[in-house]
Each structure stands twice: as structure tokens, then as C-alpha cells.
Design a protein around this ligand. Sequence first.
Ligand SMILES: [Mn+2]
Length: 253
Amino acid sequence: MRIAALYDIHGNLPALEAVLAEVELLDVDAIVVGGDVAPGAMTPGTIARLRELGDRARFVMGNGDREVVEAFDADPPPNPAADDPLTRLLAAEVARLDHADRDFLAAFEPVVHLEADDVGPTLFCHGSPRSDTEIITQITAPERLGPMLAGVDEPTVVIGHTHHQFVLEHGGRRVVNAGAVGMPYQGAAAAFWLLLGPEIDLRRTDYDVEGAIATMRAAGPPDIDEAMLAGSLVSPTDADTVARIFEDRATGA
Ligand SMILES: [Mn+2]
């Protein structure tokens, strides 16, 4: 089958709409949403749009989705006046989402297994095969990558979480970062995703980013610039910089 992998949408509904419009033209059999549908500026509308995909779509749990569900269930709920912008964003998400939205996110799977034309058996996960928070970047060293792939049977592993596209080869396997639909860190304000089968096709979809930023500012919580937009769509961070930052975080450097 031909599979579209859409990762790290982060409530950017205009970006998702642009990518889905392209997906509709490409004879895609399955859509894997690879986690971090939330948090973001337009999460309720994003969830509603994803529900419309029906049986064609599979969903992998991202750390962001999990944290939104945990915030929804928390007693007391997250403090909307917290110092940390992410906590304030989670508080805003909880206030806007209903129980059906919460249940939709909570039903996401830890990993998804599918087979793509010519590419073969593929494992879809969010951070790494064993964790939704583990960090893999374009400069992750083999000694860090090896243990994360232990026990994986599939020759191709699709990940996200670090919001930049790359292909890493390791021990006869390919690790492909699909990039981020809604919150990319690769030097351009666009939507990035992956088309799998018959090739590994790292895709870029351009859309009206200025319009999307305005729409998200109007629809989103007050901290959406600081929490989401600043480093991705307003002043896009390049992949080299972000890989270095994430890698230092992962190795405690
Ligand atoms: Mn993310």
C-alpha cells in the first residue's frame, strides 16, 4: 500500500488541510498520523478534521497527545497562570476540549505496523520504537540509536518528535523522520510529511502560512506564539541548529 505519514500537526489546522488536499491527489491507501496532534492552536478543529478520515487513518500516540490527556484527567487541572508557557497551553487545551476529544486522543496506539509498496514492513512510532519522548535527530550517533532499535523487526522505522526530516541508516535499517506538518524546525515555513511507497518520499507542502499564523493567533490560547509559532513558522529554526539542541538535551551535554 501507499502510506502518507503525517506527524506533529500540533493543532495547525490550515497546514493539515493543505497536506490532506495533496494526499487526496496521490492515490494514498492509508494515512498514519504519527502523534502530537496536540497541543496546538486549533486542536478541537484538527481533531474534528482527523475524525473525518475514518478507517483509512491510524493514529500513533505522541507525548503531546498523552500530556493533553493527562492534563484533562488531572485533579486539580493545570494552572492557567503557571510560569511555564507549556503548562498554560495545556490548561487552555483542557478548557477547549470535550470528553469525546479526550477519548479520541487517548485511543491512539503506541506504535503502528504497516507494509508499504516496495519499501516493505514499516514501524511507525513517535519518538523511538520504545518511547514517545526519546529523541532521535539527524546527528544521533549509532551507539545511541542501536539500543532504541533493539527488537525491531521492520527494516524501516518512521519517527517524528524532533520536527525535522532526515533518513538515518543503521544496521541495515532505515530510520526516517517524517518531519512536522504543523510546527517544523527545518528552516522553512511550510508543512513537511512523508509519502511511503514505492519510494521514501520526503514531502514539502507550501500553504498560506501568514494567513495560518493569523488564524491560529485568533483561535489559539494567548501564549501560542511563545509556545508554538515563534521558532517554527514565524522565524523558522534550521535543522542543523535544532538537531544540535535536541542532541545536547538527549545526551545531557
Ligand atoms: Mn511534537
